[in-house]
Ligand binder design. Structure first.
Ligand code: G1P
Length: 293
């Protein structure tokens, strides 16, 4: 079985739902507890064995590149002030040289187009795709859970999650057939952002994928779909005619940080999972809830 070495993380989106916060700061750099959202996702990818992550960026995203680089002045100042522990933590967080690549999506033509921008860096091998809007708190992480299934099944893998039917129009939705194992099914169809009455199930595509490189051939001539954008779901649907796809219902909650409410929820969930913060936060939340109108 081919090992999955590379991952694509599309980070070119404008983040209009996060204005004004995302005016000068990329939405991926907004904090979840103590680090930018994108750092959590990179950590999830590396924990799953990914060696190289390709970030598909866009205009005004340079803060992401700066975040994953040395900050010589800051490091010197921390050293001078004897803040060795903090300095060491920052240095430990830095991906080793050469583990990240950046390529730029020049025009916002859709998620499928963003993924296609990484084709030459990925080359002819299967790869992971992580959408940084979706944050998951799980041990092992969702990408690791997909890797585990891929080792047994090969093919293409999509993480799915159950949502109330009225929410299916916000996501890609899969149709499933035969069960392969507990929480793993053969995918028989998929559709991007269906109306609730047209959704083939309530299993939504939750932002973690393992894809075979043949997807790039299909993305190259993929016509725009939902929202007038080139959709990865539409290209995957075409690949489904050639190759098997499996849905994995991941264990552990996913937080959709595509909306401010989801983002707040992620912050609370991640903080409640942090032993240094959990007890105090619980007490503060109880107090706030009592005081709230
Ligand atoms: C994208 C995918 C969709 C998936 C969703 C998860 O949509 O196209 O299939 O369900 O991410 O967040 P977007 O959120 O970019 O509209």
């Amino acid at each position: 079985m081919t090992r999955i070495r590379k991952a694509v993380l599309p980070v070119a989106g404008l983040g209009t739902r996060f204005l004004p916060a995302s005016k000068a700061v990329p939405k991926e750099m907004i904090t979840v507890v103590d680090r930018p959202a994108i750092q959590w996702v990179i950590e999830e990818a590396f924990a799953a064995g990914i060696e190289h992550a390709v970030l598909v960026t866009g205009r005004n995203k340079s803060a992401i590149e700066d975040h994953f680089d040395h900050a010589p002045e800051l490091e010197a100042t921390l050293r001078e002030r004897g803040k060795e522990e903090l300095l060491n933590r920052l240095l430990a967080d830095l991906p080793a040289a050469g583990r990240l690549s950046y390529t730029r999506q020049q025009r916002p033509l859709g998620l499928g187009h963003a993924v296609a921008c990484a084709r030459d860096i990925i080359g002819e091998e299967p790869f992971a795709l992580l959408l940084p809007d979706m944050l998951s708190l799980a041990e092992p992480g969702h990408m690791s859970q997909l890797m585990e299934v891929h080792e047994k099944t090969g093919g293409n893998i999509i993480a799915v999650e159950e949502v109330p039917r009225e929410d299916t129009h916000k996501y890609g939705v899969v149709a499933i057939g035969e069960a392969m194992a507990e929480g793993v099914w053969r995918i028989t169809g998929m559709v991007e952002k269906p109306a609730p009455e047209d959704a083939p199930s309530n299993l939504i595509i939750s932002g973690r994928y393992i894809l075979q490189p043949e997807i790039f051939r299909l993305l190259a001539d993929q016509a725009p779909g939902a929202g007038g954008e080139i959709q990865i779901t539409d290209a995957m649907k075409r690949l489904l005619a050639e190759q098997p796809f499996f849905a994995v219902r991941t264990r552990g909650e996913t937080h959709d940080c595509g909306s401010p409410l989801g983002f707040l929820k992620a912050n609370l969930a991640f903080a409640l999972n942090d032993p240094a913060l959990a007890d105090d936060l619980r007490a503060e939340m109880a107090r706030l809830l009592k005081a709230a109108p």
